[in-house]
Ligand binder design. Structure first.
Ligand code: NAD
Ligand code: ZN
Length: 257
């Protein structure tokens, strides 16, 4: 039985479907909740990673500077499947909307690369990604997957630059890091221009990311929020769906086909 959708009401899903139908410059704005069904835990949902303060400290920018090996240990223990996970129904819905010419961009807070894996083409990763990295000293660029496998096999503790032997940092935005300016600029532009923002699985408490739904609404867009829990932006939304993302995605994509 599909309880979550029933609690929310068929009517809300129907309204969301109608808004998606009549929009053609949709921006999907996703958070960690879109990837929990892929086996990657979120940070602030119930049972989320940030209930553990020690982890939060190890996985911050200061934590990386103080002890980069501990950063990698903590990251791979807490997000062990991040480089193996497969996209969910909601990632596929987003890619489908783009392929149908209805969606102009994905803005994601996630670092897992699952939107691209689902086939999305225009993806602005405002918190960076875990696939690539750079030497903290000479800025040489690296693909990270091999390093993660070698850390998990116990062969190395820390990825080191082959040019200068300094630590390599994944291209993720940690607490204490600045957002990548160019990517953030594209995200703001996408939010300004969209006619519908589809917010999927975000607690909307991380700033400046959480400004984006407000920017969209202030520029005339409609807002749909799909999340298990309430958010501070629910009152601003045209439709709020308190549901599992997988249920929502399957219902919408069936009706769109
Ligand atoms: P968050 O953890 O703060 O919030 C996730 C929200 O999604 C919660 O409100 C939770 O109730 C909801 N949720 C979880 N699973 C759901 C499901 N199946 N259906 C519906 N709702 C669901 O996430 P955030 O807002 O993205 O902020 C966290 C930060 O942590 C981001 O900046 C992101 O970079 C990072 N992060 C990324 C990943 C990833 O890449 N997959 C994972 C954890 C954290
Ligand atoms: Zn180097």
């Amino acid at each position: 039985m599909n309880t979550s959708i029933e609690q929310t009401g068929e009517q809300a899903v129907e309204q969301a479907r109608a808004l998606i139908r009549e929009s053609n410059r949709i921006v999907a704005f996703s958070g960690a909740g879109i990837s929990t069904e892929a086996g990657i835990p979120d940070f602030r949902g119930k049972g989320g990673l940030w209930e553990n303060q020690k982890l939060m400290e190890l996985m911050s920018a200061g934590g990386f500077r103080r002890d980069p090996a501990a950063f990698y240990r903590a990251s791979l223990q807490t997000l062990p499947d991040i480089h193996r996970a497969k996209p969910t129904a909601a990632h596929r819905l987003v890619a489908q909307l783009e392929a149908q010419g209805k969606l102009s961009a994905v803005v994601t807070q996630n670092i897992d690369g699952l939107h691209q894996a689902a086939g999305s083409q225009t993806v602005h990763e405002i918190h960076g990604n875990f696939r690539t990295g750079h030497c903290v000293n000479c800025l040489a660029a690296y693909q990270m997957a091999d390093f993660y496998d070698r850390i998990e096999r116990g062969e190395i503790e820390l990825p080191l630059c082959s040019e200068c032997q300094s630590p390599i940092k994944p291209d993720v935005v940690l607490f204490g890091d600045l957002l990548p300016f160019d990517v953030w600029g594209h995200a703001v532009e996408a939010a300004r221009r969209c006619d519908l923002m589809l917010t999927l699985g975000s607690s909307l408490v991380v700033y400046p990311a959480a400004e984006l739904p407000k920017i969209a609404v202030m520029n005339g867009a409609k807002l749909i929020i799909v999340n298990r829990e309430t958010t501070d932006y629910d009152a601003m939304a045209s439709v709020v769906i308190r549901s599992e993302l997988g249920d929502f995605a399957r219902m919408i994509s069936k009706q769109l086909n």
